[in-house]
Design a protein around this ligand. Structure first.
Ligand code: ZN
Ligand code: ZN
Ligand code: ZN
Ligand code: ZN
Length: 161
């Protein structure tokens, strides 16, 4: 057995939905996490159990307004672009060699990363899930059956380098 571990990278869990909440006039005004002032507007933004004026929820890096989604890490509130440039790690799929955006969920085997859709046995196309046993041979993902069978039919044996 060469390798049997699947890791999932999911940067997307750092993305937080921002909701626009209408304020009822009878409610006690909430404090803004940005300017610390009271929010007396008809609408406020809510995320991470905090509240902001619509103008106060900004990216810590570029200062752009964050109306619908924010990204957070290390106590920073960031827009997607700045989050990606600071923390995102895009890579190329080892199966189809297309780029995998940093926010996408990937499968990883050794130093290779794969699109979820590409993470399948490259002989029988069976999709592999977390916890499944798979084998990496000549940089090809193989299921147990094909890995075992490969010794018999000779299609995958013998490393060229
Ligand atoms: Zn404010
Ligand atoms: Zn930004
Ligand atoms: Zn791929
Ligand atoms: Zn297979």
């Amino acid at each position: 057995m060469l390798y049997m571990e699947i890791l999932i990278r999911m940067l997307a869990k750092s993305s937080i939905c921002v909701s626009l909440v209408s304020v009822r006039s009878r409610e006690k005004p909430r404090g803004c996490a940005g300017c610390n002032g009271k929010i007396l507007d008809r609408f406020l933004l809510q995320a991470l159990d905090l509240y902001w004026h619509e103008d106060c929820l900004k990216c810590a890096c570029c200062g752009c307004r964050l109306g619908s989604t924010l990204y957070t890490r290390a106590n920073l509130i960031l827009c997607r672009r700045d989050y990606l440039s600071l923390f995102g790690v895009p890579g190329n799929c080892a199966a189809c060699s297309k780029l995998i955006p940093a926010f996408e969920m990937v499968m990883r085997a050794r130093d290779n990363v794969y699109h979820l859709d590409c993470f399948a046995c490259q002989l029988c196309r069976q999709r592999l899930c977390v916890g499944d046993t798979f084998f990496l041979k000549n940089n090809m993902i193989l299921c147990q059956v094909d890995y075992d069978g490969g010794h018999l039919n000779g299609s995958t044996d013998r490393q060229s380098q």
